[in-house]
Write a new protein. Sequence first.
Lengths: 348, 348
Amino acid sequence: MTVTLSDVAARAQVSPATVSRVLNGNYPVAASTRERVLKAVDDLDYVLNGPASALAAATSDLVGVLVNDIADPFFGIMASAVQSEIVGPGGRAGGERLAVVCNTGGEPERELTYLTLLQRQRAAAVVLTGGAIENEAHVAAVAAKLRRLAEAGTRVVLCGRPPVPGTDAVALTFDNRGGARELTEHLLALGHRRIGYVAGPEERTTTRHRLEGHREALAAAGVGESDGLVAHGSYDRTSGYGATAELLCREPDLTAVVAANDSVALGACAALREAGLRIPEDVSVVGFDDLPFSIDAAPPLTTFHLPLAEAAARAGRIAMGREAAPKGRIVEVRGELVVRGSTGKPRV
Amino acid sequence: MTVTLSDVAARAQVSPATVSRVLNGNYPVAASTRERVLKAVDDLDYVLNGPASALAAATSDLVGVLVNDIADPFFGIMASAVQSEIVGPGGRAGGERLAVVCNTGGEPERELTYLTLLQRQRAAAVVLTGGAIENEAHVAAVAAKLRRLAEAGTRVVLCGRPPVPGTDAVALTFDNRGGARELTEHLLALGHRRIGYVAGPEERTTTRHRLEGHREALAAAGVGESDGLVAHGSYDRTSGYGATAELLCREPDLTAVVAANDSVALGACAALREAGLRIPEDVSVVGFDDLPFSIDAAPPLTTFHLPLAEAAARAGRIAMGREAAPKGRIVEVRGELVVRGSTGKPRV
DNA sequence: TCTTTCGTAGCAAGCGCTTTCTACGTAAGA
DNA sequence: TCTTACGTAGAAAGCGCTTGCTACGAAAGA
């Protein structure tokens, strides 16, 4: 019923082997023969059977991309960049690779499940994005999985995620700690002393690193930090809104809020505004990531720019073997402080 | 080297057939046997070979999702929703399906290429999101491809995309025309008469429908529309910025701008503000889609809310056969006008 | 007691492709 | 002229799984 290789072979009056070789272009075939085959392919509207091909050749053209939440532009941008780099070998028509995007929702089990599913598909490569979950058992499980994948020939690259000890997965990390430090230093330089911090979910490397950077800056400036000034939440706007309202309750006279990321910052702004506070006259706010929308916020967000697309593109290229892995297999991607309208001197 | 079914079979002292049946759970196996098999699977850390399984069973657990741009939350939200609904049959552990997200960039060839790639993978289903390209040849080519896919047993669902004649693909369409009409009616009701329109790219159904809705409203109100008031661009912020600046040049005294979508509206706001105009005191702005960030814009955007996640989730369920297709195979998803701070009465 | 039925398990034939190895004709070297 | 080499094509053996069919013992019905 569906057209197979041998149907094409029959029509072109050659053996199936020859058709396969024409299609893969990895073996010399006389021009006239090739043409005949190509014509037959066209006539019959033949499409290769991927699974059969993958089985026989023991390779696949699937590339997995693990993200926490594809609806979040932070991950969308990276997924997009990875995808644009995973073109197939030789650039042959139709020879492209397919990106399998897996939404883990930040849940450990789903992360492992998807890794197994990708292993089952014999994925050519896997790119893991976003911060990792900090849980000994889970980290060990992930390490084991990544080792298995690597053994099976799947290239593993981490993007914006800390290295996984015990594996030789390439890691492109983000300077979360340094970025947070710069952001807080910026606020301190403006004269702020009572600085609230709306953190991301606990047990996440990204959350911890950013919070650590913040604390480093405070400590370096000799500013004490009361526990009352840190609230945890998730990485979305709603959470930023709620956490900020709570912070405001605990410490009505804070003059600045450091948010875990830009979305959270937007939520924080909304909460602040609702409390009758102006930004930045009454309270300064900073985000993190510099997602596209942060420039359009009211006021535009001071934040820490992360070159997400560039980093992910590089991760994609490394995953495809089109770029050498950095020496040491680990490299930190630099970000940059972007000062916009959401920060200013504290009210007196 | 890698563990195969028969390795497991050997260890569990059963035939490969039995192992397969335990794993698929589609054939009675004695509890004691099953247990033995499961233990062997666990001991050997066995992972099924997806391609082999797909070949033998002539089915796959891949679901394609075509999007224009996964970095755009409009598509990210839909992709996420589809993905959350494509769980496998019976909810068996590891029995989940994988979402293959294909970024077409709105290019016709890439759309076809990806469709072919998904056909090659024998995808279980394909969900096409976003507006379609209006080009006779392309539409015909897509229709042919969708027919082929359907023949091969791949379920095809369109989400936010007009039906494709000549196929029986289920279509969940968005009310782009009606939404645009409501938006413009809202502006007209406020008293606006000189309304600029920043349209999306040409040859796109979404662009055309929204523009038509806008014109319908103008016509119904007896307001003439000069060509000078419409500018085309892409669906992003930058484009909205540029097009608005241009519009402002051509018609300095316009009092409202209708944008093709929220991102474009944000760009429009930026251009307006740079021209020294206040929103909405001097110029009102409306977006479309009601993406999460539009509530945080300055000022919050009046826009037309599209239930993207709900629609895409439904599309996913229909694609998986977990929900019956709507009768007629076509249904229009309703949206809703959301009035926020970016619109007001025109200046006098 | 003899058959029928049921519950389990194995055999073996593929699924559609890739690839090694072999074969064959012709051009080049001796 | 005879060999060697080369370029090209085919035969056939799998790749690792699924599944229709057969087989066989035990329970149930006659």
